[in-house]
Design a protein around this ligand. Structure first.
Ligand SMILES: [Zn+2]
Length: 339
C-alpha cells in the first residue's frame, strides 16, 4: 500500500467516498475565504482529506483572543507576528505535504475576488462579515462555482450550500442587500468555540460531498445553538425577484457595499456603508462599551479601542482616525461596527 493510499485509507473505506471519490478530491481546488474559527476548522479538514489544492485567504494578523477558538494557531505565531493566512499555510504544509496549499494575505473585495477564485471548484466561507459574502455570492453565480456559507456567533451558527442554478442564493435569503444595517459581531457579543467548530465541520462535510458529487448534499438552511442544544433545518425557497439569480451582480459591479476613502490631509479614512440604515447609537454603544471607550451624542458616536479612534455617524458612515490605510479602516469597521 502506498503512502498516499495509506494516508487516506480510513476515508476510502467509507462507502460515500471510496477510491473514486478520493481521486476526485485529489483533483479538486477549494478556496477558503476567511481564516478565523470557521476557516481554521475547514482548512484543516480539507487539507487532511487530501483536496488537491487549498487556497486560504485572510486579511488579519493573529491576536491572543483568537487562540480560544482558531485551532490552527499558537502563541509562537503571535510572537512571530504572522498573518493568519501564512500561519495556516505553514502549519498545514507540515500536516500534508502532498496538498498544494497557498496562503494569501488579502482583503477580498469586488476588485480582486474574481482573480482570487479563478480555477476553484468550490468556495468555503469562513468570514465574519456580511459584505464579503455578497461578493462571494455574486462571483459564485456569475462563474458557476458552488459555495458553502457558514457563520457563527455567541453560541449559535448557521450554514447553507449555495449551488448555482440549483439552490436559492445568499441574496435570496437576506431581505435587504446587506442583511439590514448594523450587525452583531464576535467582537461585540463574543463566541464560544463549539459553535464555529460544529458549523466548520458541517461546512467541511458539505465540501467533501459536493466535490465527490454525493447525492446527500444539504439543501436546507441549518441553524444550531450549542448552548440550547438545538439543531434546526429550514426549507428555503428562491426569491422570485432576486437580482443575483437574474444575473445582476450588483456587488461585483460595486453598486453596493462599503466604500472607503482616504481623507487627504486629515490622516483619516472615511468608511461609507450605504446599506447601514439608521444606526441606533444606544444599541451600538451597549455592544461596544465592554471592549473600549464609547461616548455619543445625537450627532456622532466616538469609539476608542487598541490605539484606534472611530467616529460613527447616524447613517452608518465612519471616520477612522490616525491612519491612511483603507484596508485597516474597512477591517476595523467590519470588526466593531459590523457590515
Ligand atoms: Zn438569489
Amino acid at each position: 500500500m502506498s503512502v498516499i493510499t495509506d494516508r487516506y485509507s480510513r476515508q476510502t473505506l467509507f462507502p460515500g467516498i471510496g477510491e473514486e471519490g478520493q481521486r476526485k478530491l485529489g483533483n479538486s481546488c477549494a478556496v477558503v475565504i476567511g481564516c478565523g474559527a470557521l476557516g481554521t476548522i475547514i482548512a484543516t479538514s480539507l487539507v487532511r482529506a487530501g483536496i488537491g489544492k487549498v487556497k486560504i485567504i485572510d486579511r488579519d494578523f493573529i491576536e491572543y483572543h483568537n487562540l480560544q477558538r482558531q485551532v490552527l494557531f499558537d502563541e509562537e505565531d503571535i510572537r512571530a507576528q504572522l498573518p493568519k493566512a501564512i500561519a495556516a499555510e505553514r502549519h498545514l504544509k507540515r500536516v500534508n505535504s502532498s496538498v498544494e496549499i497557498e496562503g494569501v494575505v488579502a482583503d477580498v473585495n469586488y476588485a480582486n475576488i474574481e482573480r482570487l477564485v479563478a480555477g476553484a471548484d468550490l468556495i468555503l466561507d469562513g468570514l465574519d462579515n456580511f459584505e464579503t459574502r455578497l461578493f462571494i455570492n455574486d462571483v459564485s453565480l456569475k462563474h458557476g462555482i458552488p459555495w458553502v456559507y457558514g457563520g457563527a456567533i455567541s453560541s449559535s451558527g448557521m450554514t447553507m450550500n449555495i449551488i448555482p442554478g440549483e439552490t436559492p442564493c445568499f441574496r435570496c435569503v437576506s431581505a435587504s442587500p446587506t442583511g439590514g444595517g448594523i450587525a452583531l459581531t464576535c467582537d461585540t457579543v463574543g463566541v464560544i468555540s463549539p459553535a464555529p467548530f460544529i458549523i466548520g465541520s458541517l461546512q467541511s462535510a458539505e465540501a467533501i460531498k459536493i466535490l465527490v458529487g454525493a447525492e446527500t448534499i444539504n439543501r436546507d438552511l441549518i441553524i444550531i445553538d450549542v448552548w440550547e442544544g438545538k439543531f434546526s433545518h429550514f426549507k428555503i425557497g428562491r426569491r422570485a425577484d432576486c437580482p443575483t439569480c437574474q444575473g445582476k451582480y450588483d456587488f461585483l459591479e460595486a453598486r453596493f457595499g462599503t466604500k472607503t476613502t482616504s481623507l487627504c490631509g486629515q490622516n483619516a479614512v472615511q468608511v461609507v456603508n450605504p446599506e447601514a440604515g439608521e444606526v441606533s447609537f444606544q444599541r451600538l454603544a451597549a455592544h461596544l462599551k465592554p471592549i473600549g471607550e464609547v461616548s455619543y451624542n445625537e450627532f456622532m458616536l466616538r469609539f476608542r479601542v487598541d490605539n484606534h479612534e472611530m467616529v460613527i455617524f447616524p447613517d452608518g458612515r465612519a471616520i477612522v482616525k490616525d491612519t491612511n490605510d483603507e484596508a485597516l479602516a474597512r477591517g476595523l469597521y467590519a470588526k466593531y461596527i459590523g457590515v
